[in-house]
Design a protein around this ligand. Sequence first.
Ligand code: HEM
Length: 428
Amino acid sequence: MKPAWAGGLPVLDRLPQVARQPLQTFARAAQRGALVNLGTTWDPVVGTSRVHLLSDPERIERLLLDTERFDKDYRVLSPLMGDGLFTAAGPTWRGQRRQLQPAFLRSAHGGFVQAMRTTTDQRLGSWSRPGSLDLAAALSSLTLDIVLRALFGSEATRFEVEVYEGLRASVRLIDERIWLPSLPESWPTPANRALRKAVGRLDAVVAAIVDQRRGQLDRPDLLGLLLAEHPDAADPVQARSVRDQVVTFLLAGHETTASALTWTLYLLDRNPACAARVQDELAGTAGDLPEDLPYLTACFKEATRLYPPVWAFARSARVTCALGPWSLRSGDVVFVSPWLLHRDPQHYPDPLAFRPERHLAPPTWHPFASLPFGGGPRTCIGARFALLEASVVLSRLLRSTRLRFLGEPVASPQLTLYPRGDTRVALS
Ligand code: HEM
């Protein structure tokens, strides 16, 4: 069976429209069927590949569990993340996941929480009350500091601004090429030159973070683990592996969480009854962990349902094969959109309502209709880190500060679903 066609002429397919209005185009396309062909893309290495959107949870489960037939092909991110854990595929990815998993085991959580508490308290101490600030930017910089400290043991303030700017510039340039064909990276086009320059600046500060740690290999954090596995700074392959993972975790570990925290605070601001229940919960405990604060944690989960920071991700067919009733060709790309799934009334009654209570009872939805952290073997390695960070940051912020949004944030679907528009808040 062929996937449904999203409409338009075969040569003028839907991808330029996806690039302009991703959420709306995905929503319209999904009405045509559970697997919809959005068009054909071109890449200088792979050639042409068909791009589909899949919105049936049972088939999504098959897609995400069957890593032999469906794998990531995130070539578009490789100028920035190289062959790190987010972008690597096949046996390279499997080896990396085995190697890095120990840095996220339960035994590491105490260290994470300590770094989260210290960094959050310092940051909250620097906010003027009464006053106002751009919350999305403030939380983005806080979550970056937390990753620098918790995973890389770095004295955050030394590197934070340079890392932040380097990531921002690189991500903006990558965003521009996600949906539309671009010329090979080696060609000296203005876009390629700008990307190389931005990545070069980021690489310089990453090298400084790594060099600072080469002398002290005894710390058991992520960077300690990476340097123990790749100790030879003079070996370009080892140095490149460390660099790729550091950039991967800086990027994957901060903007996603910052986006989710901002949306949680926005939704609490717009739902005073929920905000009051959070305050009651905070008043009843001195704790700041998810186990101490089930309702606050449910608010965070409900925010990531309505505004999933990773609003879409994809797998590519490694071979010509069937996915349920459909035949896919080798190289076909299949998108899954948590944004669409999480707002589908088939899975969530009254889907646009902010109802944290949904997460306090056993789930009524298919497990693959809830994908804030992805699913299957490539599920987010930092999911627990993010939940810990949410309860530590939100509880400390809401205990010390009253916050009111001054305008309306807008969900901007780029690499992550970032809150843009007016994200200023009044603090008291
Ligand atoms: C609310 C916060 C977060 C959200 C919503 C989120 C979401 C996701 C999703 C959906 C994926 C799977 C993508 C795919 O299958 O293509 C993923 C993977 C990943 N995430 Fe997260 N993430 C968050 C926080 C974090 C944090 C804090 C870290 C690091 C400390 C992190 C590191 C990663 C990495 C390295 C991967 C790739 C894992 C692999 O392929 O083995 N994420 N994340």
